[in-house]
Write a protein that binds this ligand. Structure first.
Ligand code: NAI
Length: 329
């Protein structure tokens, strides 16, 4: 039997947690031969909910689930972990300004970054999901200077999956055939869903659709604003599809992306495509042997460059709003 992998999930008592934990424990993320120990973190006030979730985890009698740690202390939650999925974040309360939300989350992710720095395995894979995900990931990594920068990522996979499905529906093709989708930039409505490299059976999707107005007026805004549309329809935010995207993201990171394809990951820029170094930005990425790499050499036209820059600008504004809270520049 393989040694267990320790997976920490923050915000474990929340909506996404409820849609995620059972799938991880069932083996959907790391395979049905990989034992797992769950480290579940939530705030003190949510521990009673977390206890109920743990009861249900036990009641599933998952063969792979070796142990469950529950705590409200990030240091305990992150001790010796191999994977950290940072979901818990401060939601935007009524009357709260964007900068207040950024500051509240900066505090949470500073503490968690420091705890990861101190207690996690040195090759831990960190996925930040809690919003604003890119900036929260940036804060986390800035507070974890002893961990390699390539331990960190933010989730744009839900946006990527949304884009795949819109194209599958438009062309009446299975999702699995659509390759080389990209969501550039921020996990927000400024993101740039870019179809110009996407293919089916080696054919460019733009030439199959042959309708640029559909791309501009329907596809891009639908993907950009899907989160809001789901809140309006369901009365609460996307949780099952977010949990599914988390599983996809970690699976590809651990077990490699498919040949001749890539995925979108929010990862630190190395200066590729003129996006300044360090910013956590949605890039096309491949993964090999547990490491991600930004896909290089894609041709970017001037219109795309402008859209990529606009979403970078928003990330820069977010970064400037929390700059004074960072331990090192
Ligand atoms: P939720 O409100 O149902 O759950 C959040 C949980 O986090 C709660 O149990 C809360 O007690 C906990 N929490 C708050 N502060 C914490 C802290 N300091 N440490 C540990 N836990 C803490 O929210 P839901 O629906 O589960 O969403 C969580 C986050 O994920 C939100 O920020 C949401 O905007 C974001 N999200 C991101 C997506 C992405 O694609 N990147 C997609 C969908 C949601």
């Amino acid at each position: 039997m393989k040694p267990p992998v320790r997976v920490a999930i923050t915000g474990a008592a929340g909506q996404i947690g409820y849609n995620l934990l059972f799938r991880i424990a069932a083996g959907d993320m790391l395979g049905n031969d990989q034992p797992i120990i769950l480290h579940l973190l939530d705030i003190a006030a949510a521990q009673h909910i977390l206890n109920g979730v743990v009861m249900e985890l036990h009641d599933c009698a998952f063969p792979l689930l070796m142990d469950i740690v529950t705590t409200d202390d990030p240091l305990i939650a992150f001790t010796d972990i191999d994977i950290a999925i940072l979901v818990g974040a401060r939601p935007r309360a009524k009357g709260m300004e964007r900068k207040d939300l950024l500051s509240a989350n900066a505090e949470i992710f500073s503490i968690q970054g420091k705890a990861l720095n101190q207690a996690a395995n040195r090759n831990v894979k960190v996925l930040v999901v809690g919003n604003p995900a890119n900036t929260n990931a940036y804060i986390t990594l800035k507070n974890a200077p002893d961990l390699p920068i390539k331990c960190f990522s933010a989730m744009l996979r839900l946006d990527h999956n949304r884009a795949l499905s819109q194209i599958a529906l438009k062309l009446g093709q299975p999702v699995s055939k659509i390759k080389k989708m990209i969501i550039w930039g921020n996990h927000s409505s400024t993101q740039f869903p870019d179809l110009s490299h996407a293919e089916i059976d080696g054919k460019k999707i733009l030439s199959l659709i042959e309708d640029q107005s559909w791309v501009e007026a329907y596809f891009i805004p639908t993907v950009q604003n899907r989160g809001t549309a789901i809140i309006e329809a369901r009365g609460s935010s996307s949780a099952a599809s977010a949990a599914n995207a988390i599983i996809n993201h970690i699976q590809d990171w651990c077990f490699d992306t498919k040949k001749d394809d890539w995925v979108t990951m929010g990862i630190p820029s190395d200066g590729s495509y003129d996006i300044p170094e360090g910013v956590i930005y949605g890039f096309p990425a491949t993964c090999q042997a547990g490491t991600y790499h930004i896909v290089q050499g894609l041709e970017i036209n001037n219109i795309a460059k402008l859209k990529m820059f606009a979403t970078y600008q928003e990330l820069l504004e977010e970064k400037n709003a929390i700059k004074h809270l960072l331990p090192r520049q």
